[in-house]
Design a protein. Structure first.
Length: 183
């Protein structure tokens, strides 16, 4: 099988198999074995994700949604409204006007949410890199398959052309014989 890999690498990629990068070697192997190269990278990534990575993705997804934004605005309005009403009527607000406790909660939320969002972005960047590599492999294999098809079509056309010329020569010869008989 290694011989086939080497042959595909030299003929189609123009380099020895050992000198190709990992992606090109994978393409050469698939071409030599005539197997598909396409795969579901999203499913592979999802299967390999740890609980923490999936949690970071879910939190980042919720943190960037309208549901989070609207519920967050609602919570702040309720917090400020309750504290202002309690302060105004009973002088017993649990978080008076500068809303220090609210600021503390918001700061804690931001300090927890920021690294989770960064983790999720890093994971997404890795997914994008894997998808780009996979797209490259699929595109390279498709390009090489098209080159092989062109070679086969050219060879077929050349063979048919020779057969057509030979057939025409026979027909001309038959026509000449027929013309001589008629004369």
């Amino acid at each position: 099988m290694q011989h086939k890999y080497e042959e595909v690498a030299r003929n189609l990629l123009g380099a020895p198999y050992g000198e190709l990068d990992e992606n090109a070697q994978r393409v050469a192997r698939h071409l030599a074995r005539h197997t598909p190269i396409a795969r579901n990278t999203a499913q592979e990534e999802e299967d390999a994700a740890s609980f923490g990575q999936r949690a970071a993705d879910a939190i980042a997804s919720f943190g960037g949604s309208w549901a989070f934004i609207l519920s967050f605005i609602g919570l702040i309005v309720v917090w400020v409204g309750l504290n202002s009403l309690i302060l105004a009527r009973y002088d017993a607000a649990f978080d008076a006007y500068p809303y220090i406790l609210l600021n503390l909660f918001l700061s804690m939320l931001a300090s927890i949410q920021a690294p989770l969002i960064l983790m999720s972005q890093n994971r997404q960047a890795e997914k994008d890199r894997i998808n780009a590599e996979h797209d490259y492999e699929v595109n390279l294999k498709a390009e090489l398959e098209i080159m092989l098809l062109h070679e086969k079509v050219d060879a077929l056309r050349e063979t048919q052309w020779r057969e057509l010329v030979a057939m025409q020569a026979q027909q001309i010869e038959l026509l000449e014989r027929l013309a001589q008989r008629q004369a």
